[in-house]
Ligand binder design. Structure first.
Ligand SMILES: C[S@@+](CC[C@H](N)C(=O)[O-])C[C@H]1O[C@@H](n2cnc3c(N)ncnc32)[C@H](O)[C@@H]1O
Length: 261
């Protein structure tokens, strides 16, 4: 496994991830899949960090008949994809248990990953690893939550509340992304911000969503219960969610980056 990215294990949250995160992120999947360019004729579409694979049916629709290689280092996540493939009888999807750092170089016609690179220790290196797995002439697309959230919304509110436990800002790796892509001999084509409305029954549902993330669980372990609760208290004073008739509503922003390989 590459030294630059840590494999944070998502295996214990597969079902909860499907139940809680997928409804939040489905709108992002749909917007991105529509924005993907056509693929070169040779080679498969690589989908690293595919988790339980909920983006795969949309990709199959967008690229009918093309082979899709979906991978994830969590065997439990890959089992969830395999169950989906068995139920649907889809012959186009093959799966692999592996991190994106171990993708075979220049194998794919194109690659797309959703909500994976920002969870790794070195997102820029992860984005380059994924792009190197695509042959010259293809493209690589990544979708992630930016390290500094867009202003407004619950992610920005949590980012600001996290100052209780983390007084210094985390590194803004996005600033060096385009240069790193060019230095690697590739071309950044698109860097777009996508927005979706997230709806929750109560603000606590947002907290539960976040607590499924391994890096939030790590913060809890690292700072201890008292500081961790203080962070959520600070968040709840200004949660970036507004109550409408039935729900608590807020905007989430994700980045869509497309690279010519
Ligand atoms: C937030 S989930 C995203 C899953 C799916 N793409 C989605 O959007 O629903 C992040 C996924 O990244 C996987 N992951 C963790 N480390 C990884 C690595 N080094 N390479 C590829 N995937 C990794 C996790 O196992 C997890 O399934």
């Amino acid at each position: 496994m590459g030294a630059t990215t840590a494999f944070l294990d998502w295996s214990n949250v597969v079902e909860a991830y499907i139940d809680r995160w997928i409804p939040c992120n489905r709108g992002f999947f749909e917007a991105v899949v529509l924005a993907l360019p056509d693929m070169p004729d040779y080679g498969p579409l690589l989908v690293p960090g595919a988790g339980p694979g909920c983006e795969l049916p949309l990709l199959l629709e967008r690229f009918p008949g093309r082979r899709i290689v979906a991978s994830d280092p969590s065997a439990e996540m890959v089992q969830a994809i395999n169950r989906q493939v068995e139920t649907s009888g889809t012959a186009e999807i093959v799966t692999e248990v592996k991190p994106l750092e171990e993708l075979e170089p220049s194998f794919g016609a194109a690659a797309v990953s959703f909500f994976t690179v920002h969870t790794l220790r070195n997102p820029v290196e992860a984005i380059l690893s994924q792009a190197r797995a695509v042959r010259h002439g293809g493209w690589s697309a990544v979708v992630y939550f930016p390290p500094i959230p867009e202003p407004g919304g619950p992610l920005d509110a949590l980012y600001r509340a996290a100052r209780v436990v983390r007084p210094k800002d985390p590194p803004d790796w996005e600033l060096r992304l385009c240069d790193a892509v060019r230095e690697a001999g590739m071309v950044p084509l698109t860097m777009e911000t996508l927005r979706q409305t997230w709806r929750f029954d109560t603000p606590d549902d947002f907290r539960e969503l976040m607590e499924l993330l391994p890096h939030i669980r790590k913060i809890r372990e690292k700072v201890g219960e008292e500081s961790y609760e203080a962070m959520w208290k600070a968040w709840s004073n200004e949660p970036g969610l507004v109550e409408d008739e039935d729900d608590w509503v807020g905007e989430a922003a994700a980045r869509f980056v497309l690279i010519a390989c």
